[in-house]
Design a protein around this ligand. Structure first.
Ligand code: IPD
Ligand code: CA
Ligand code: CA
Length: 259
């Protein structure tokens, strides 16, 4: 337990510092590269990942680290950090103030700690396995809304949306017509944390990656929410579909996804 506590204190410090680093790039001239037609990476993503990997390497040299932009550093022990150095890069590159940093810690393949930080609002979400979900140190819980028609949902669109034959837009239309409101905010990690603390009641998306969901999934579960695939089955951070909710509207959301 002490090992995890040490890593918790340490990661709270480095995620706040990475947030400061991102703010230095925000609204400034960015170098923007394209990983795909609409999939971007900026010098802010690279700087944040480099900083986080170097800090982890100095303090816990035996731990593995998986980062979105520069891949995995293999470790020599049971710990693996999973990092999205900037979740919401498209927002960031347009100076739209909704983005985050996501850091999850796995022990023997299980996520035991998750942090998601929004430097614009100075909101730090945290989940510790078995201890609960927190926002800036205070316990959070999911909303009590019990009907889809009273719910505010969020979603995101995968980067292959232009060419994909998936029913992504059809699902969006169905939810728009059956919920109170649907938002598309552009940082999946923050969207899921918003379900954890009750700003949103549900969230769904396809083709997210482990660094988008690993931390936020734990934060949501520790705050009383549910995470599954689109049919209600077990969600894996390597899976293609994620459905998150306050638990109370989960089955209604599954019905909409089934069509
Ligand atoms: C993206 C954001 C976005 C989601 C995309 C993700 P990135 O992450 O989370 O909300 O819709 O699917 O890839 O590329 O900004 O780290
Ligand atoms: Ca991401
Ligand atoms: Ca990213």
């Amino acid at each position: 337990m002490k090992d995890i506590k040490d890593r918790e204190i340490f990661s709270e410090r480095i995620i706040l510092e990475a947030g400061k680093l991102l703010l230095e790039f925000f609204e400034e001239n960015l170098k923007i590269e394209k990983k795909g037609e609409i999939d971007l990476v900026t010098d802010a993503d690279f700087a944040s990942e480099k900083f986080l990997k170097e800090e982890i390497g100095k303090k816990f040299p035996e731990d593995g680290v998986l980062g979105e932009e520069r891949g995995e550093i293999n470790g020599n022990n049971e710990y693996l950090w999973i990092i999205d150095p900037l979740d919401g890069t498209v927002n960031f590159s347009h100076a739209y103030p909704f983005f985050s940093i996501s850091i999850a810690l796995q022990k023997h393949g299980d996520v035991v700690m998750g942090l998601v930080y929004d430097p614009i609002r100075n909101e730090l979400f945290k989940g510790i396995k078995g201890e609960g979900g927190f926002l800036n140190g205070k316990r959070i819980k999911v909303s009590g809304i019990g009907r889809l028609i009273d719910s505010m949902l969020a979603t995101g669109f995968p980067y292959d949306i232009h060419e994909s034959k998936d029913d992504t837009l059809e699902l969006f239309v169905r939810f728009v017509k059956s919920a109170q409101a649907v938002r598309r905010d552009g940082s999946a990690a923050l969207d899921i944390c918003y379900v954890a603390m009750g700003r949103f009641d549900g969230f769904w998306e396809r083709r997210l990656k482990p660094w988008d969901t690993a931390a936020a999934k734990l934060i949501l579960e520790e705050s009383g929410g549910i995470v599954s695939d689109f049919s209600g089955g077990k969600y894996s951070i390597f899976g293609d579909e994620i459905l998150c909710s306050n638990g109370k509207i989960h089955s209604e959301m599954i019905k909409i996804l089934k069509g």
